[in-house]
Design a protein around this ligand. Sequence first.
Ligand code: GDP
Length: 369
Amino acid sequence: QEEVIHCGGCGVKLQLEDPHALGYIPAQALEKEPVICQRCFRIKNYNEASSITLNQDDFLKLLGHVGHKEALVINIVDIFDFEGSLISGLARFVGGNPIILVVNKIDLLPKVTNWNRIVNWVRKQAKEQGLKVVEVVLCSAKKNMGFDRVLQAVDEHRSGKDVYVVGATNVGKSTLINRLISDYSDLDSELTTSQYPGTTLDMVEIPLDDGHFIIDTPGIVYKHRLTELVSKKDLGKLMPGKALKPMVYQLNEGQTLFFGSLARFDFVRGERQSFTIYSSGAVPIHRTKLEKADELYANHKGTLLTPPVVKDLEELPPLVKQTIHISKGKKLDVLISGLGWIKINSEAGAELAVHVPKGVKIVQRDSLI
Ligand code: GDP
């Protein structure tokens, strides 16, 4: 019979299999005292929070719990995958508690950006997605930009309440929380984890000086984001490390662009026009003729067309096609969640087809840039 061991820190059941799931402990750490999960170890030794992830159902339960309290909610989203990382039902789920929308990774946008325009864009898009927010703050957790504004907004809207930080995975929530810990919390007081009632979920609590807390919640996994479907190695390629360089393609109708083997963009019909691509430079774009595209993919997916490599491609759902009609004079982005977007400014209109692994979200939206 297997012996069940619990973490000496948060009390969660320990497991050796999944480093990203709750209660993970590396085998060698079992021999050390105290026996605590990797998450508690990091919090204790480095004062550092790490991401635990949740599926949609568990996440909604957790939000319901927040909805029964008086709290301030911070939703962190990723500007590179805005529609993919936004929690669209959030306002409803947290029951009227105020929400601050923190838009992270703005270091990925061009240096000369009209930030007011971006804030307005974010407000409008959030509203369209059904998310009412009291404040929009742009920041870069990595580059330490806009961070004062985040803290200021928290101060303004908190009025003595606990602050819950929620977000999808990979939006930079841990990076931001760790900044909060080092810049904001009284480092003498210890971080604690608390269990969310009735579950094994734990949340990191950062004490504030008035006895309240900033509470980190597990990241939600959205399967409609390409970033959630690929291997760790390819995830690193999908997420741009530095400011996006727009790539302009002048295409004739009947031309196709492959994004590795991850996605495909066909210009099916229309006058010669330009398409501007905003995606990570680590995903090579391959141009070909539409009439040859099926054959090219069949013969070269995972080899000439990477990422992913053949072995990892087997883990990915097959590509499915979505047709998009752009009407005359329309300016918009076609976002492929997790991969980036294609900016279209079509004077004469166009018929397009986008192929993505089944389930990946495609969104038409006002141009971000
Ligand atoms: P979490 O899953 O939301 O906790 O996300 P992490 O904090 O682990 O970050 C996910 C990835 O996004 C990591 O590769 C980070 O380096 C990166 N990241 C986090 N913040 C930023 C940021 O402000 N700008 C950029 N470009 N990358 C960031």
